[in-house]
Design a protein around this ligand. Sequence first.
Ligand code: PMV
Length: 362
Amino acid sequence: MYENPRLVLDSSNPPEPGSIVWRSPSNIAIVKYWGKYGLQLPRNPSLSLTLASSFTDTQLEYEFRDEAHSKSVDLDFFFHQETNEAFQAKTAAFLESLFPVFPFLKQLKLTIRTGNSFPHSAGIASSASGMSALALCLCSLEDSLFGTLQDPAEFDRKASFIARLGSGSACRSIFPHAAVWGRTQAVSGSSDEYAVPVGEQFHDVFRDLHDDILIVSSDEKAVSSRDGHALMDGNPFAEPRYAQARQRLSTLYDAMRSGDLDTFGKIAEDEALTLHALMMCSNPSYMLMRPDSVAIMEKVREYRAATGHPVYFTLDAGPNVHLLYPGNIIHEVRAFIEDALKKHCENGYVQEDWVGEGPEEM
Ligand code: PMV
């Protein structure tokens, strides 16, 4: 969609060396993307909240080298100041896959320095923040070399498209507050190729939402998201699931516009349990939630029934529980976490997060 053979540097007039830095946040899906086809295209639309305190900082340094026909990228890569062969190889392969979109990458020597705001071993997925930060750096690089992405909406769309190729859910991190990825009749302009911003249309209560991430386990997942998506292909519930997600997205979208927190919370919890149920009925079946995840979810429901406070849970593809609640009950909820939930967390670790303003160029 964005292939552009004209984005080639003129070796008789090479650019000065330079550097670009982006900070990009993670996101939490309320309607989940689970199941894909083709080149990271989603089987159903998803809707996420953009987070704030869980982010990746990525610096991209570049310098001209005249190798227009090279097949490999010239990349030095540092994660938290240290070399990391696995990340380096993954990033190099991703950049090389983007040569048709950014042919000038062959003509540059690149150095990437990246790091996360959350502990590496916390079990918080970093692909959404990491891939969106890298995509934003690449789009800024294109714009600074060619001036081709001056329109902010077009810049964001391309950054979202590139982020999606790196990790599907990363395409939603580009936008403030909330984003929808995947074609749905509910949102005009929505696309399977990139996410679109929807936060402006939502009631204020959703801009002041907190997401405290209760870290139940930081162990590496037994089944990766990539393998989990692939297992949806043989899942007998796949088609009804995709229909359900489409319906839920449309209901959620209306609820978020009107400020209906109850419907929001019900869909958030139902989606979390559906996602994990799909894992449990894949072939082979697997389970990523842990007894402490279940204990937390049950306590959240009991607390809500007893107090009437609108606190809801969701899960990613892992055992950690995200607690969603509006800012006006933060003191009550933090006391509840302290008294009843921290004992279920690994080393009592909670990453406090909230709905944020989206990525920032530094
Ligand atoms: O972006 P991926 O391929 O890591 O898949 C993420 C899938 C979920 O986090 C489980 C749901 C979602 O929509 O973010």
